[in-house]
Design a protein around this ligand. Structure first.
Ligand SMILES: [Zn+2]
Length: 329
C-alpha cells in the first residue's frame, strides 16, 4: 500500500479500511486550512479507487500514473478559476455530464471539488442533486477549509474528514528528508507553515512568498507608529487585493501570537522546540513583548481575528481594515 501521504495517518487508515471492506462512502468532505494536505489525500484516494494493480494504490500501473499526471479519464478536478474566485454552476453541470457516463477505464468515476467553500449558492444547490442520488460508480471528494463555510445540506451528505496541521518537527523532517532542504531553512519554513506541509513545500520553491511575508512584516512595523492618515491609506491600498488582505491578517495574527508567547513567558527557550512562528524575527518580537502587556497583545489578536471573521462574512474590506488599523492596532 503506497498512499504516499505524510502525516494524517488516521485518515489514511480510515479510508483504506473502508476501501478494503467495500464500505466507501459516495461523498467525502476533507476540511483543513490551505496547504494542510487535503488535495494530496484526495489524489491518493482517487489513485486507490482507480488503481489496476494488486496493492491499491500501487503507484506504478497505468491508472496510477495517469492520476499522478492529472490525465486519468475517470478523474475530474473542479476548482474556482482563480483564487479567490467562484466555482460556478456551469462547472457543476459539466461535471454532472461527465459523472453520468460509465467509467472509461476502471470501476469508478471520481470528482475532486477543490475550494468548494467558493462555490456559488446555485453551484452548491446543483451539486446537492448528485450528492442525494449519486450514480453507483461515483465518488465525490469535496475540499474546504471548514464545515461552517458550506451549506449544512451539503455537509450532512458527506463523510467529513477533518485534517489538522502536522507537528512542526514532522514538517521540518519531511522538508529535509524528502525535499532536501538544509536544516535551518527547513526549521524556519516548518514554523512559518504552522504545520501545513503543502504550504511549506510551496514556500520552499516560491521565493516570492517569503519576500511578500517580509514586506508585510516591515509594513506592519512602520504602521505601528504612523499617523492615522497613513494607516487609512495603507488600508485602502491593501483592500484592493482580497487575497493579500487575508494573507496579511493571518500574518499579523501569527505575529502577535508570537509576541504573546514571549510576553507571557510561555515560549520555550530552545530554538528547536520553539513555539514561535516567526523564528527569524525573534529579537524584534522580544522588543515588542517588553513594550506591551499580555492583555494589550491579546486585545490585538482578538481584533485581528474579529476582522478576519467579518471579512469571511463578506464585510467591506476597506472599512474593516480601517477600523482595525485605525483604532484596534
Ligand atoms: Zn496502481
Amino acid at each position: 500500500m503506497n498512499w504516499d501521504v505524510i502525516g494524517h495517518e488516521w485518515a489514511v487508515h480510515l479510508l483504506r479500511h473502508a476501501l478494503e471492506a467495500g464500505e466507501l462512502s459516495h461523498a467525502y468532505l476533507f476540511t483543513g486550512p490551505p496547504g494542510v494536505g487535503k488535495g494530496t489525500l484526495a489524489r491518493a484516494l482517487a489513485s486507490a479507487l482507480l488503481c489496476q494493480g494488486a496493492a491499491r494504490p500501487c503507484g506504478a500501473c497505468r491508472a496510477c500514473r495517469l492520476v499522478a499526471g492529472g490525465n486519468h479519464p475517470d478523474l475530474f478536478w473542479v476548482q474556482p478559476e482563480s483564487d479567490p474566485g467562484t466555482l460556478k454552476v456551469e462547472q457543476i453541470r459539466e461535471l454532472q455530464r461527465h459523472l453520468s457516463r460509465t467509467p472509461a477505464m476502471g470501476s469508478h468515476r471520481v470528482a475532486i471539488l477543490d475550494r468548494f467553500d467558493q462555490a456559488t449558492p446555485s453551484a452548491a444547490n446543483a451539486l446537492l442533486k448528485t450528492l442525494e442520488e449519486p450514480p453507483e460508480f461515483v465518488v465525490l471528494i469535496l475540499l474546504a477549509p471548514d464545515t461552517d463555510s458550506l451549506l449544512p445540506t451539503i455537509v450532512s451528505r458527506c463523510q467529513v474528514i477533518p485534517l489538522r496541521p502536522l507537528p512542526v518537527a514532522r514538517v521540518a523532517d519531511a522538508l529535509r528528508e524528502r525535499w532536501g532542504l538544509e536544516a535551518e531553512r527547513a526549521r524556519l519554513l516548518a514554523h512559518l507553515s504552522g504545520g501545513r506541509l503543502g504550504w511549506a513545500v510551496r514556500a520552499a520553491t516560491d521565493a516570492d512568498l517569503l519576500r511578500r511575508r517580509q514586506q508585510r512584516i516591515e509594513e506592519m512595523g512602520a504602521l505601528l507608529g504612523a499617523p492615522l492618515t497613513d494607516r487609512f491609506r495603507y488600508a485602502a491600498e491593501l483592500a484592493g487585493n482580497p487575497e493579500a488582505v487575508q494573507e496579511a491578517l493571518d500574518l499579523w495574527a501569527g505575529w502577535w501570537r508570537d509576541v504573546l508567547l514571549l510576553a507571557t513567558g510561555a515560549e520555550s527557550a530552545a530554538p528547536e522546540e520553539s513555539r514561535l512562528t516567526n523564528l527569524d524575527y525573534r529579537p524584534r518580537l522580544e522588543q515588542l513583548a517588553a513594550q506591551y502587556t499580555p492583555a494589550q497583545v491579546l486585545a490585538r489578536i482578538q481584533a485581528i481575528r474579529a476582522a478576519s471573521e467579518r471579512l469571511r462574512r463578506n464585510a467591506n474590506p476597506q472599512l474593516t481594515l480601517e477600523v482595525l488599523l485605525g483604532f484596534d492596532l
